[in-house]
Write a protein that binds this ligand. Structure first.
Ligand SMILES: [Zn+2]
Length: 356
């Protein structure tokens, strides 16, 4: 998160501006009185008490502004400003700190901090801890990880830990003493690692992860996670669909990801989405289930053939009895591909009307 009082971010391209936001922190009369008495300390040479409290109040307001900013999934805040006001209501005095700013999303350059040739003690200790954790777990095939080390890794914003994360995703029960979390929710806790990375890198890595795994439980978890944090990417989807590298059973993931929301939309997404829709229309035949009829003693039974594993499923089954994908190869969606196509075309229309 970059915060600046300036109205731009030199060397960084701002992709989206949001409406300005504000946050306040207030202290009541008693503390204001304390402030006043602290101020008299200034004349006695001690102003640190007063300063510390103002600092705390300012930090509180700033932190809640940052939280708001993060909730908008922004990675920057420009035009940051602050106001201190004394207000009184019903005879009670209060001191209010207000902070303002405009949240933005910008294309960030990685590891800006590492360019600086200074290192504070926190960063130093962080680096030491990161090294310890890597030494401890990286060589293990199925690492058994303690709770606090796990938290550290998830929030690390450090790609060096990804290999550990991938091992954990394949063996989510290897986290020790994970309190208050259902075992079924563990994969989403592990995937949170990607939420803390830079957005563009997360998208890149999550798509790689999807491409490299055939574990359907994991594929489902990744899709749910991408949906939750809005990290789908139309351009990555199109890239995957055009690639000769993937079989149809993989390509349906890219179609399914197209139905999920991308965090922000830009005018160039209109063309990308049109291309995906064309691609989908051309592939409709191949991702419709093949219906077969079996003439047994019991009579005719209608079945559909799974495009992933070729299991023959009875017509009443929405999801494949063997691999869990639906008739069209999708993992999350029960809808028909035609219904989804309809929804996509409506989305495209609204995007076109917005941008052109
Ligand atoms: Zn199947």
């Amino acid at each position: 998160m970059i915060i600046t009082t300036s109205n731009h971010l030199p060397d960084n391209k701002i992709l989206a501006y949001f409406d300005p936001i504000n946050a306040n922190a207030v202290v009541g009369m008693d503390l204001v009185a304390d402030f006043a008495s602290s101020i008299t300390d200034i004349f006695g040479g001690r102003s640190s008490n007063y300063e510390n409290r103002l600092d705390l109040l300012f930090e509180e307001a700033k932190n809640s502004l940052i939280e708001k900013c993060k909730r908008l999934k922004c990675n920057g805040l420009i035009g940051f400003s602050v106001d201190f006001n004394e207000i009184s209501a019903k005879g009670k005095g209060m001191l209010m700190v207000s902070v303002y700013g405009t949240p933005v999303i910008f294309e960030s350059k990685q590891e800006i901090d590492l360019q600086h040739k200074i290192l504070d003690y926190k960063s130093l200790n962080y680096k030491i801890k990161a090294k310890e954790i890597l030494n401890k777990y990286d060589s293990e095939i199925i690492p058994v990880i303690g709770n606090s080390d796990f938290e550290f890794i998830v929030q690390s914003k450090n790609l060096a830990f990804e290999s550990i994360i991938i091992k954990l995703l394949n063996n989510p029960r290897q986290i020790l003493n994970f309190q208050g979390v259902e075992k079924e929710l563990l994969p989403s806790q592990i995937l949170n690692y990607y939420y803390h990375l830079d957005k563009n890198i997360s998208i890149e890595r999550l798509y790689k992860l999807l491409e490299n795994t055939d574990n359907l439980v994991l594929v489902k978890q990744i899709l749910i996670f991408i949906d939750d944090v809005n990290l789908a990417s139309l351009s990555k989807n199109l890239e995957g669909l055009k690639s000769d590298q993937f079989k149809l059973s993989k390509k349906v993931n890219f179609y399914e990801l197209t139905f999920l929301d991308q965090h922000i939309y830009l005018p160039e997404d209109v063309n990308t989405m049109s291309e995906i829709i064309e691609n989908l229309k051309n592939s409709l035949e191949s991702i419709q289930p093949t219906i077969i009829e079996e003439n047994k003693l019991l009579g005719k039974i209608q079945k559909w053939v799974c495009i992933q594993c070729e299991t023959k499923n009875i017509i009443e089954d929405t999801f494949c009895s063997s691999c869990g994908r639906n008739k069209f190869g999708f993992v999350l969606y029960k809808k028909s591909v035609n219904k989804l196509l309809e929804e996509l075309e409506l989305k495209l229309l609204v995007l076109k009307e917005t941008f052109f």
